[in-house]
Design a protein around this ligand. Structure first.
Ligand code: SF4
Length: 220
């Protein structure tokens, strides 16, 4: 089935509800084309920002906390995030399948490159989020903003020291952004609302049915 592509139009053009839905569907289709396993159009009201999620970045402390400007404690205050998100009506939620999971398991693999594969767990999702945000912006949705999973220090800088904190110049200024969880979004709550499943990735990974990485683009 071919989907009508969103037309390029000037910023602040008033779009009808019908046009908005056509645009959202074309962004959803694009996410699939780019490699998302599934993508959904969701009302932004389904997104929950929870203090406990933010706290989970430091209790217990994530290795990346404080290591990039996109990780707590440098991320925006949750009240600002809640107020900003409340002004959005629609978003695209997407997931990619991380497989084979063994390749992304810490300390697996023989070569250095294989051992570093774990850093790239969220790489594909990050790229799709970036492309969908860009596409929405290009079609006049000037406040579109996207979030992926994990730290940009892993999926973009492959574990190198953060150049922004070191010298003030990010290596990937347009691609780097906070993760959904760093923004306090309860990702598991959100994917549960659309019927997706995720499993704890601990200990017996051979028994885990699948691993996913999740992204979100707030459009309008
Ligand atoms: S330099 Fe790398 S780690 Fe630092 S903010 Fe940019 S992408 Fe993230």
């Amino acid at each position: 089935m071919t989907t009508e592509r969103a037309a390029i139009r000037p910023f602040l053009t008033k779009v009808s509800e019908g046009t908005l839905m056509v645009d959202l569907e074309s962004f959803r289709q694009k996410a699939l084309e780019l490699g998302a396993g599934t993508a959904e159009i969701i009302p932004a009201t389904q997104i929950t920002v929870d203090e406990r999620v933010r706290l989970k970045c430091i209790v217990p402390r994530c290795l990346r906390a404080g290591e990039t400007p996109n990780c707590p404690p440098y991320t925006p205050e949750l009240d600002v995030i809640r107020k900003a998100f409340a002004k959005f009506a629609w978003a695209i939620l997407l997931k990619t399948h991380v497989e084979p999971l063994e390749a992304y398991t810490p300390r697996s693999g023989k070569s250095k490159a294989e051992q570093r594969q774990t850093l790239l767990f969220h790489q594909k999702t990050g790229e799709i989020v970036y492309q969908i945000e860009r596409l929405a912006y290009k079609h006049g949705y000037h406040l579109a903003m996207g979030f992926g999973g994990g730290s940009c220090k892993d999926y973009l800088c492959h574990g190198l020291i953060c150049q922004f904190l070191d010298s003030g110049r990010c290596r990937f200024p347009h691609r780097a952004r906070p993760a959904m969880e760093a923004m306090g979004i309860d990702v598991f709550d959100l994917i549960g609302k659309v019927g997706w499943e995720a499993y704890p990735l601990l200990d017996e990974l051979s028994q885990v049915p699948c691993a996913i990485s999740v992204g979100l683009v707030l459009v309008y």
